[in-house]
Design a protein around this ligand. Structure first.
Ligand code: PGA
Length: 251
């Protein structure tokens, strides 16, 4: 990892978790406290229904929360959607935008993802902007160009005064137990860093670039050791306190 950047480990619970799941947060808080607190930024993105109650348990342990998506508007006739303001009002500090499940299941485009990132900033949230290639795109040798294209179109041009986090998540690695080789992660994260630095200068050098896709206790330290990997976006393994704690401890 890059020494001067504070790493970030984010848990994406997806559509998992009712009140009972808060027991895992309590357990994680205890594990972190016993170890003297986390040495990195720890974010949990639960279903929005749990945000406020999760914050009560998580905040004393130095864990912050985030949403999993937001609308581009602050309010209005958008049944079933949630705005960045609402997430902030519920105590969130981050929001995932452009996750591949949103891109696939809801037809989200890079342009929409960029608008969501702008809405997140307007609400004082840090967007975690997700990019990643499909297996067919990787097999065709296009992984880097696809991801760099997504990055160019999904990250707002102007985010001075704000922060963005990038999450590289190969679509074929999400929830499958498969991960890219270390060499492939190096190549992709270096390419992302290069694009960010070329476009945003020093801010691009300090932007956190997370790896996501089947990160688990058994592979976390190898992945987190890679130069331009500044943390992880963790799905399945963030649901259990012991597993998530092991990944946080691998930083
Ligand atoms: P996974 O999910 O860790 O379960 O592969 C990662 C993600 O979708 O963010």
């Amino acid at each position: 990892m890059t020494a001067e950047i504070t790493p970030l480990i984010a848990g994406n619970w997806k559509m998992n978790g009712t009140t009972a799941a808060l027991g895992e947060v309590q357990k994680l808080a205890g594990l972190l406290a016993a170890g003297g607190g986390p040495r990195c930024t720890v974010v949990i993105c639960p279903p929005a229904t749990l945000l406020e109650r999760l914050n009560e348990l998580a905040a004393p342990a130095g864990i912050v929360s985030g949403g999993q998506d937001c609308h581009t508007a602050t309010s209005g006739a958008h049944t079933g959607d949630i705005s960045a303001q609402m997430l902030a009002d519920a105590g969130a500090q981050y929001v995932i935008v452009g996750h591949s499940e949103r891109r696939t299941n809801h037809g989200e485009t890079d342009a929409l993802v960029q608008q969501k990132a702008v809405a997140a900033h307007a609400a004082g949230l840090v967007p975690i902007i997700c990019v990643g290639e499909t297996e067919a795109e990787r097999d065709a040798g296009n992984a880097v160009s696809i991801v760099i294209g997504q990055l160019e179109r999904s990250v707002p041009d102007d985010w001075s005064g704000h922060e963005v986090v990038i999450a590289y998540e190969p679509v074929w690695a999400i929830g499958t137990g498969r991960t890219p080789t270390a060499a492939d992660i190096v190549e992709m994260h270096d390419a992302i860093r290069g694009q960010l630095e070329g476009r945003f200068g020093a801010r691009g050098s300090s932007t956190r670039i997370l790896y996501g896709g089947s990160m688990k206790p058994s592979n976390a330290s190898e992945i987190l050791r890679i130069g331009n990997v500044n943390g992880g976006l963790v799905g399945g393994a963030s649901l259990l306190a012991n597993d998530f704690h092991a990944i946080i401890s691998a930083v």
